[in-house]
Design a protein around this ligand. Structure first.
Ligand code: NDP
Length: 334
């Protein structure tokens, strides 16, 4: 596979131009391009430029609003709702950030219901941003039904990621962001493409049969990580990012897509906690560091998020690589 090397600035320009050419206005194109290039910079390619043709298709078909104007509403003293106006999630998330921070500082804790948006991608950008403002962040979203409930065989839950962040002084925050499924769907697709088996824990076939064939899993159902425990977390995410905030469950989101195969429409639920207002304002940072030092004292460990932060340092100067075929298809969209 031949790759094309781009600086982060070039990647941003490419993404922005492509989104503008397909019906986004400046504000929406910038927010989506910022988020895609941020993902590329951390080498999280599955949320990077690879998504551009998908986004452009959704705007062109009129399903996603490329000129969205998200609206912020205060539902209760510590509850904010942001309606994404049918646009892509990054603009709604950008607009929601400061009101959520202000509300959490005022109340010690605040929650955010982000609704009416397309493709809530990875959770780490939002929770990392909260931690850079000194807060702990939690984020959850559902998507399309891929994961069977514990004991069942029909896909019902999304792969339903959850992100968490903890602030650190003079260092990047502690961030983890993980799916509730045993394997990310994209990973299973890549195994299918490359003809590699998947672990038996990844999923089951259409009749519930055990399999290591990724194509059979894609026809059947994925499984939660750690069996019923991951399935319960996926269930929790459906309730928080769907039922709680008045947004789609994964089974409703796929119905809404009506076979178009576009980015999922749905919501995200976030919680921001001000650790300075939970009983140990002077000590919480040092106690966190004590735990991190104890983890790292054991050989073979690392902190979650550290891989991305290392990647970020490398790509800041070296730029990124994308497949030539992707580059070409982006150029053809302009
Ligand atoms: P991974 O299993 O790759 O990683 C999960 C977390 O574990 C990351 O924070 C990672 O940190 C950390 N981690 C990995 N290895 C170690 C280790 N050895 N020691 C300590 N920490 C470790 O992620 P997933 O495949 O579950 O998810 C990938 C991405 O896909 C996420 O960003 C998620 O939000 C997104 N996603 C989005 C969905 C959607 O519907 N929008 C659905 C499912 C997933 P690090 O990043 O540093 O490796």
């Amino acid at each position: 596979m031949t790759n094309i090397r781009l600086s982060l600035e070039e990647a941003h320009e490419l993404a922005s131009k492509c989104l503008l050419a397909n019906g986004c206005d400046d504000e929406n194109a910038k927010a989506a391009a910022d988020r895609m290039v941020q993902a590329e910079g951390d080498l999280c390619h599955s949320h990077g430029l690879f998504r551009l043709p998908w986004y452009c298709g959704a705007v062109k078909s009129g399903r996603a609003n490329g000129k969205a104007r998200p609206r912020v509403e205060q539902l209760a003293p510590a509850v904010i709702r942001v309606d994404g106006d049918g646009g892509f999630a990054p603009l709604g998330q950008t607009v929601a950030h400061q009101p959520l921070v202000d509300c959490a500082r005022q109340n010690g804790i605040a929650s955010l219901a982000l609704v009416n948006m397309f493709h809530i991608a990875a959770m780490w950008p939002e929770v990392e941003r909260l931690a850079l403002d000194g807060l702990c962040g939690f984020a959850f979203t559902a998507s399309y039904p891929y994961v069977a409930p514990a004991g069942g065989i029909e896909p019902l839950y999304g792969t339903n990621p959850m992100g968490f962040s903890w602030p650190r002084k003079g260092q990047p925050p502690l961030v983890f962001d993980q799916a509730a499924s045993s394997m990310a769907r994209g990973e299973i697709m890549i195994h299918a493409r490359d003809g590699h088996p998947v672990p038996e824990t990844a999923g089951i076939g259409p009749n519930g049969e055990a399999t290591t064939d990724p194509n059979v899993v894609l026809e059947g159902a994925q499984l939660g990580f750690g069996g019923y425990k991951g399935a319960s977390l996926a269930l929790m995410v459906e309730l928080l990012a769907g039922a709680l905030i008045g947004e789609f469950l994964s089974i409703e989101s796929i119905e809404d897509d009506a076979g178009e195969g576009g980015p999922p429409k749905g919501g995200e639920f976030m919680i921001a906690v001000d650790p300075a207002r939970h009983g140990d304002p002077e000590g919480f940072l040092a106690r966190g560091e004590k735990l991190f030092a104890a983890i790292l004292a054991q050989e073979g460990t690392r902190l979650p998020g550290s891989r991305r932060f290392e990647n970020r340092k490398k790509t800041a100067d070296a730029g990124i690589e994308i497949p030539q075929s992707l580059h070409q298809s982006i150029l053809e969209l302009m």
